[in-house]
Design a binder for this molecule. Structure first.
Ligand code: ADP
Length: 469
């Protein structure tokens, strides 16, 4: 396998998951086999020991009742019945000398343990051991037991029969395990592929999106699992990015549009001055108009910068203790004349004193933007009501309510966007920046601004600010 393909395998999540799954399965199976194997061998050994002890008990009883002759007969009979290759009996004196034995033709080099005899003479009732008999190629379990005064029985049983069962079990287990591990690898691969293929789909779509198709969305399968959550999160992020991109695009269009008109007018003025200007006073009038247009342009650019700086937290409001009642009264007085000129009733309802912490200049700007709009978008005979009150649980609420042209449901969510101007209001002078600035100021003070409005019925702007701490 080339190193590239090896690397590919190592880096593949499918491969790693499959490997883990198979390894865990194989290790668990080996542990299970080991436990089972140990259990079986210990049960078999226990059973063999019980058989040998039974034999010893039987021989002891026969010796007591019928004497040594009957014991010899019994040894021959039992050995023949069970198979002389499978079991042997030997009667020993405590000196280790053999008195009698069953046919030992298949038991060449039969061991004799001195230590066993010593233990029995010392008072132990039995001695059991497992012996590896190289001449027979099997293991033998041998019991030494005192069956009567001065008579020791040595009885041994081959474990060949049981070992054959265990060997068969081992072979069956190994074959089954090999098959099961192969099956586990297959199942692991299949499950890993299923999971990873979902991730691959998401990666593919994300790659496509990086290539420029911002409208594409990752399919959510509705299973509610981690993959679905990833897809939903990614889609949410894409929605947000798309709306930001749209906003930036829209803002770019608006800026271009708003700067184009004054520039065109300035150019027009210069052209007229060049082609038709006759006297000094003609040039002076045109220069004054050009300055006016430039001021308008500068005003737009400065407001834009102020909004950006306030929103980004660069332009931080100062922390003065301000009597908001006083500022609202002042603003109402200032706009009172304009309201009167336009045939409107302007009312101002404020408490004697209402303290907030903030920036006087910024709050004055916020107030004048709201009052200017309310007066601008309300026709003669209408009302503008300004009121200030404390909110339960802290904070203050400033309401500017008018009975003007109102705002359509389509325009309502966008009026706080930079340069956005409702269709209804195009006939009035404006830049579309007033409300964006008002919101940036309210938020920079830890408050907010919201609006309720219906077309042709009027609007209500509510500014909330935290009260002075
Ligand atoms: P401008 O007033 O310069 O157009 P603003 O940002 O102050 O810009 O307002 C954005 C838009 O919100 C306005 O163009 C207008 O459509 C709408 N608007 C704001 N205030 C009012 C109001 N009191 N009554 C009706 N429409 C309003």
């Amino acid at each position: 396998m080339s190193s590239r393909i090896r690397g590919l395998f190592r880096n593949s999540l499918t491969f790693r998951l499959t490997l883990w799954y198979t390894a865990i399965f194989a290790v668990s199976s080996v542990v299970a086999f080991f436990l089972f194997y140990t259990l079986i061998t210990s049960v078999i050994q226990q059973k063999t020991d019980e058989d040998l002890l039974d034999q010893a008990g039987k021989f002891s009883a026969v010796l007591m009742e019928n004497g040594i002759g009957a014991v010899k007969e019994l040894a021959l009979l039992e050995a023949r019945a069970a198979g002389e290759r499978t079991i042997f009996f030997r009667l020993l004196y405590p000196t280790g000398q053999a008195v009698f034995s069953s046919n030992l033709a298949s038991w060449k080099d039969l061991p004799f343990r001195k230590e066993a005899i010593e233990k029995l003479i010392g008072g132990a009732d039995r001695f059991i051991e497992t012996v590896n008999m190289t001449s027979r190629h099997d293991q033998v379990r041998i019991l030494y037991a005192m069956i009567g005064p001065g008579v020791i029985l040595q009885v041994g049983q081959s474990t060949e029969r049981y070992m054959r069962i265990i060997d068969a079990f081992r072979r069956v287990f190994l074959v089954t395990m090999a098959l099961l591990v192969a099956l586990a690898a297959g199942v692991g691969w299949f499950m890993a592929r299923r999971t990873v293929s979902d991730v691959e789909t998401i990666t593919g779509i994300a790659r496509g999106i990086s290539g420029g198709t911002l409208e594409t969305r990752v399919p959510v399968k509705g299973r509610g699992d981690e993959i679905d959550q990833l897809a939903a999160t990614l889609n949410g992020m894409l929605d947000r990015i798309q709306s930001l991109v749209d906003e930036i695009r829209q803002m770019g269009d608006n800026i271009a549009h708003d700067l184009k008109s004054p520039l065109t007018r300035i150019r027009g003025l210069a052209e007229v001055a060049l082609t038709t200007g006759k006297s000094r006073s003609d040039y002076e009038t045109m220069a004054a108009s050009a300055i006016e247009e430039c001021d308008r342009l500068l005003n737009i650019i400065n407001t834009m910068l102020l909004i950006s700086r306030t929103e980004a937290g660069v332009e931080k409001p100062s922390h003065e203790k301000i009597d908001l009642s006083h500022l609202v009264r002042e603003a109402c007085e200032l706009f009172g004349t304009t309201a009167e000129d336009r045939g409107l009733t302007l009312s101002c309802l404020v408490p004697d004193e209402c303290l907030v912490t903030g920036d006087t200049r910024m709050i004055q700007r916020l107030l004048s933007n709201l009052l200017d709009n309310a007066i601008k978008y309300t026709s003669a005979g209408g009302r503008v009501d300004v009121s200030l009150s404390r909110i339960e649980g802290g904070g203050v609420s400033l309401e500017v309510k008018d009975t003007g042209i109102g705002i359509s449901a389509e325009d309502l969510p966008r009026i706080f966007d930079r340069f956005y101007r409702g269709d209804q209001s195009r006939s009035e002078a404006g830049t579309g920046l007033g409300l964006s600035l008002a919101r940036a100021i309210a938020r920079a003070h830890g408050g907010d601004i919201r609006v309720q409005s219906r077309l042709h019925e009027g609007s209500l702007f509510v500014v909330t600010l935290p009260s002075s701490g």
